[in-house]
Design a protein around this ligand. Structure first.
Ligand code: HPA
Length: 239
C-alpha cells in the first residue's frame, strides 16, 4: 500500500476520490492530520498533509514519529514524501523537480528515532532513499514526460527560518544540491520501520545568496502553484 506525504503546496491531493478520513492515535501522539484514504487514478492510496490541513505545523514541530507510525499501522509499506526546497546547484532552479538520492542532516532536537531503551536500532542509512521506489518515480516521470532531475543531495536544515548566505556556501561545500526543512527525520523513521521511502523535491526558490534580491513568500507561492501541477501529474502516473 502506497502513501503520499504532502508538504507546502500539497495539503490536498487533487484527483483523490476520498473514501475515508482516519484519525489515528499512536504511542507518540496524533499525526499531523487525519489520514485520507482514497483512490488516485484508480489505485488505492493514503494521503497525509505533513504540516496539517491548515498548514499550521512548522517543520520542527511536525510529529514525524506519529506520522510514520500511523501510516504503517494502516498497512502502508511505501511512502512518497513531497517537499518544497531551495536550489543550491545552478542546474536546480525554480520549478525543477529533483528525485534526490542522498541526504545531509543538519536538523537538531527533533524526535528522530523509534529507538529506545530495550529496543536499540542502528538502521543502515547508507542509501537513505529506496532505490526501487526512486526508479519507479523516474520511469513514471519519463512515461508522462515530466522532466525530473535524477539524483541530488538534500541538505535538511532546522528552520523555520531560511538560511544565511554563508550557511548555503557551507552546504554547497558539503555537497548539497538542494535545501529543505522536512526530509529528516521522515526518511530515517520510515527506514527504521522497514518501509520503502522516496522523495519528490520541487525547487521553489534559489537558496539564500544565490539570486538577486531576497527570498519572498510571494515568489515561493507563485512557483509552488506552477510547479505542483507537474508534481501531481507525476504522482498520478506513479500510483
Ligand atoms: N531553504 C530551506 N527550506 C526551503 C527553502 C530554502 O531556501 N525553500 C523552500 N524550503
Amino acid at each position: 500500500m502506497l502513501a503520499i506525504i504532502g508538504g507546502s503546496g500539497l495539503t490536498a491531493l487533487k484527483g483523490l476520490t476520498l473514501q475515508d478520513s482516519i484519525a489515528v492515535e499512536t504511542p507518540y501522539g496524533m499525526p499531523s492530520a487525519n489520514i485520507e484514504k482514497g483512490e488516485l487514478n484508480g489505485s488505492p492510496v493514503f494521503f497525509l498533509a505533513r504540516h496539517g490541513k491548515n498548514h499550521s505545523l512548522t517543520p520542527h514541530t511536525v510529529n514525524y514519529r506519529a506520522n510514520i507510525w500511523a501510516l504503517q499501522s494502516l498497512g502502508v509499506t511505501r511512502i512518497l514524501g513531497v517537499n518544497a526546497v531551495g536550489g543550491i546547484n545552478d542546474s536546480m532552479g525554480p520549478e525543477v523537480i529533483v528525485i534526490p538520492d542522498q541526504i545531509v542532516d543538519y536538523t537538531w532536537g527533533r524526535q528522530a528515532s523509534f529507538s529506545e531503551e530495550g529496543n536499540v536500532i542502528h538502521a543502515d542509512f547508507t542509501y537513505p532513499y529506496t532505490e526501487e521506489l526512486r526508479q519507479q518515480l523516474l520511469e513514471a516521470a519519463y512515461k508522462v514526460s515530466v522532466s525530473v532531475c535524477d539524483g541530488g543531495v538534500y541538505g535538511a536544515t532546522q528552520g523555520p527560518r531560511l538560511e544565511t548566505a554563508a550557511e548555503i556556501n557551507r552546504l554547497e561545500k558539503d555537497g548539497c544540491d538542494i535545501v529543505g526543512m522536512t526530509a529528516m527525520p521522515e526518511a530515517i523513521l520510515a527506514r527504521e520501520l522497514d518501509m520503502q521511502y522516496a522523495n519528490i523535491s520541487l525547487v521553489v526558490n534559489m537558496a539564500a545568496g544565490r539570486s538577486v534580491g531576497l527570498i519572498t513568500m510571494d515568489d515561493i507561492r507563485r512557483v509552488l502553484d506552477a510547479g505542483m501541477g507537474q508534481v501531481r501529474v507525476l504522482l498520478d502516473a506513479v500510483v
